[in-house]
Write a protein that binds this ligand. Sequence first.
Ligand code: 5RP
Length: 219
Amino acid sequence: MALSAQEKKQQAAAAALTELREGMVLGVGTGSTVNALIDRLGPWRHRLRGAVSSSEASSAKLRALGIPVLDLNEVPDLALYIDGADEANPRRELIKGGGAALTREKIVAAAARRFVCIVDDTKLVDTLGRFPLPLEVIPMARELVARALAALGGRAVWRERIITDNGNQILDVHGLHISEPRALERELNQLAGVVTVGLFAARPADLLIVGCDDGIRTI
Ligand code: 5RP
């Protein structure tokens, strides 16, 4: 049976509930797939110690459910982070940042012992780069960074009117064929003015839960 992308996201979100444990602090990502997860957290309201959130949008949804949103600085050990992605390869390396929350997402992913990524199967690729790579940049460095990306063969498009939760801007980089995600992540991290690169390769997901037409696949 052919399912819509949204139905597959719902499936992946539902499957991720098996990762939750009594009394844990849960790292929560951002986006429509994660919203499908948050919508299922009602019964966990009193069973989680709280959540660390990667965006103001997710924090608002969590608070509306009555789940305490904790400051990461007060959480020395974060057992689990669940988030979506814009693209994933078979090595569980990701492109993230379609929702402009990449910086806090990368921080929470780095803090978490286990990172579970929930996607629908349209997000799976052999080689990352079909989805334009988001970069969060300091506003005054936007054009400087865009020129450096052009020299690397990418075409950076400013996501106008979007200001991140951290007060910065987003460039979406088109035309990159990312055969070495870790190396590119390292290289782009070095550019002056880049806050965060939307490549999650140095810290990939530990588990991908993929919603497909015929059910759930895990990688
Ligand atoms: C937000 C993200 C999201 O995880 C990514 O954009 C996927 O979103 P969705 O679940 O809506 O498809 O990285 O910055």
